[in-house]
Design a protein around this ligand. Sequence first.
Ligand code: PAJ
Length: 272
Amino acid sequence: MQHRAMALKRKGQVVGVVPTMGFLHEGHLSLMRIARQRCDVLVISIFVNPAQFGANEDLEAYPRDFERDERLCRQAGVDLVFYPDPASMYAADASVWVDEESLSGVLCGASRPGHFRGVCTVVAKLFNIVQPDLAVFGEKDAQQLRIIERMVRDLNFPVTIVRGPIVRETDGLAMSSRNRYLSVSQRKDALCLQNALAQARVLVQEGERDVSVISEVMRSGIEAVPDAQIDYIEFVDDDTLAPMERIEGRVVAALAVRIGATRLIDNALLEV
Ligand code: PAJ
C-alpha cells in the first residue's frame, strides 16, 4: 500500500482516505462521497483495530463482512481498499504509541482508558501507509474527530482533515456498525439518545443556558427507558472539549448510553 501510495503521489495524484473498521453503512458511504469529490485516488481502510478496544470490550464480537464491504466500496467508486490483518499492522513487540494528553481525558476517553491512544496510533500508522492528502472523519465521533485534528496539528501530518456530518436512520438513530447488536425492542429504546439531544435543543431555543438543568431533563428521559444505562451526558466546548456549565458560544452536547450490553454514542452542536 505504501509503495503504491508513493507512486501515485509521485505522479501528482491527490490521495484521499476514509479510515473505517468496516461493516460499512450509509454513514461511511457519505464520507466516501465527500472524499471522492476532493481526490483522484480514493482509499478506504478497513481494519478492526485491536489497540483501541479495552480488555472487556467487543473486539471479538465486532461485526465483520468484508465481501459486502468490498461490494459497497466498488459501488461507491473506491479505487483501493486497504484491508490489513492485525499481525501485519502491529509487530508483536510494538512499543511506540501516539498518546493525546488533553482532549482524551473526557467523554469516551474517561470511560474507555487507552481507547484514543489506540485510535491515534492506528490513524498515524494509516497516514504513513496511505500517504493521503486528505482524510474524512465523521462528526458522529465528535471527540475522535477533534483528537485527530489535534494530532495532525501537533505532529505536522501533511493531511487535511475533512469533517462529515452525522448520518441518521429515517427515525433519527445515528448510524453505527454497533446498531447491529440491538434487538427489536432495544432498537426502539435506542431512540432515547437522540430524543435527549432534541430536548436539549428545545430547551436552549427556549432560552435555558444552565447545563445542569438541561442535563437533568435529558437524564430523566433516558432513565425512564428500562434497558438504558447512562455512561455520560456532557456539555463541552466545541474546540477544547472543556466541560461547560453554561451554554455559551459553540457547545457540543455529547452522550454515551448503554442499551442492554450495547454502548451507543451521539452528539449535537448547540450554538447560541
Ligand atoms: P468506524 O466506527 O468504522 O467509523 C469510521 C468513520 O465513519 C469515522 O470517521 C466515524 O466518525 C464515521 N461514522 C460512523 N458512523 C457515522 C455516521 N452515522 N455518520 C457519519 N459518520 C459516521 O471510527 C472508527 O471506525 C475508528 O475509530 C477509526 C477512525 C477507523 C480508527 O480505527
